[in-house]
Write a protein that binds this ligand. Structure first.
Ligand SMILES: [Fe+2]
Length: 334
């Protein structure tokens, strides 16, 4: 299955064979990419934001999946231009997420603040999931939901793998256990991306998915915190908050897809995650207690955690916007 994300004009350039060619291309694109970063992240221009997320998608996946060798000069161009976008996005993000306990920090107070932030996040009462679980969705809306969910689901295990490269040694056993679960606990056909595809058995399995920008943004945000930020605590916070919040979302989605008339036997992906993520999530605050030695540590966990829950909520927002357009004409004609 192909994920078709358009490549904005800023990302189209001739391959470079030498360092000099790479430098010329970087110079030629720099002011355009800088202007794009400013418009997207400082001014909040929505067209620029879509272009920036699409660019990051291509360049981030290139990095995560290692499709070109590190000696490739075109890769150098992509990395330099991507960094110009990330620098601005990172600055804005750092200002957005501040800890209330910054001036009265103790590890215990910080952990309590993290816990409250994760548990009170708006994702727990998102209208898309509330509507789904109460009413179900029409088939074309189920298709749109699944297609967009799959964009992230198909590579989720890679975020854990990527993060393990820089995680403290003491955390790795737990991460690989999680990864083992993701890949089917020794049974390859039970790997979660394959379990996910069972949702499609009574629907249409698309050849190509054209994702909403919210899905692309969520993927970019995961790659940033688990692989690019240079601070493993951001990834620990990010994946930790996601897992803590996941069982309740999975319960609603499971109920919503049943209400949408998908056969229960095809919904095993959601059922599995209701219990698995509860196990992963419950131990999380205990595991991180030893990692919070300073307020900077707590801020990194908080920033990664909140940023990823916000990105996931933004993904639901985009799906919900598109779903409402599908539902409303039907309800009006009813
Ligand atoms: Fe999973």
């Amino acid at each position: 299955m192909k994920i078709a994300v358009p490549m904005p004009k800023y990302g189209i350039f001739k391959p470079a064979a030498t360092l000099a060619e790479a430098q010329d291309t970087i110079q030629a694109h720099l002011s355009g990419v800088d202007a794009l970063a400013y418009a997207a992240f400082i001014e909040g221009n929505s067209r620029a934001w879509v272009d920036a997320q699409n660019l990051l998608y291509h360049w981030n996946l290139d990095e995560l999946e290692r499709k070109s060798p590190v000696t490739d000069y075109s890769r150098l161009i992509r990395q330099v231009l991507r960094n110009r976008l990330l620098e601005v996005e990172e600055r804005v993000r750092k200002e957005r997420y501040t800890l209330a306990c910054w001036n009265k920090f103790t590890p215990d107070i910080a952990i309590e603040e993290l816990k409250a932030a994760a548990l009170n996040h708006r994702i727990h009462s998102h209208p898309l999931l509330d509507h789904m679980s109460a009413e179900g969705l029409p088939p074309e809306a189920v298709q749109l939901f699944l297609d967009n969910y799959y964009v992230n689901n198909r590579v989720f295990h890679l975020h854990i793998a990527a993060q393990s490269l820089s995680a403290p040694f003491s955390m790795r056993a737990e991460m690989y256990k999680n990864l083992y679960d993701e890949l089917g606990s020794g049974e390859p056909s039970e790997a979660h991306p394959l379990l996910f595809l069972r949702n499609y058995r009574t629907l249409h399995l698309p050849d190509t998915i054209i994702p909403l920008t919210g899905s692309v943004f969520l993927l970019n945000t995961k790659i940033y915190h688990t692989f690019l930020s240079g601070n493993v605590l951001q990834g620990v916070g990010g994946l930790g908050f996601l897992e803590l919040a996941m069982p309740a979302q999975m319960e609603k989605i499971f109920a919503g897809l049943k209400k949408s008339n998908l056969p229960v036997k095809d919904l095993v992906f959601w059922e599995v995650h209701i219990t698995l993520d509860k196990e992963h999530g419950e131990s999380w605050f205990e595991e991180v207690r030893d990692l919070v030695r300073s307020r900077e540590d707590a801020k990194a966990l908080f920033e990664g955690g909140m940023s990823l829950l916000d990105a996931r909520a933004r993904f639901y927002d985009d799906v919900w916007g598109a779903v409402q357009e599908m539902i409303e004409p039907q309800q009006m004609s009813a």
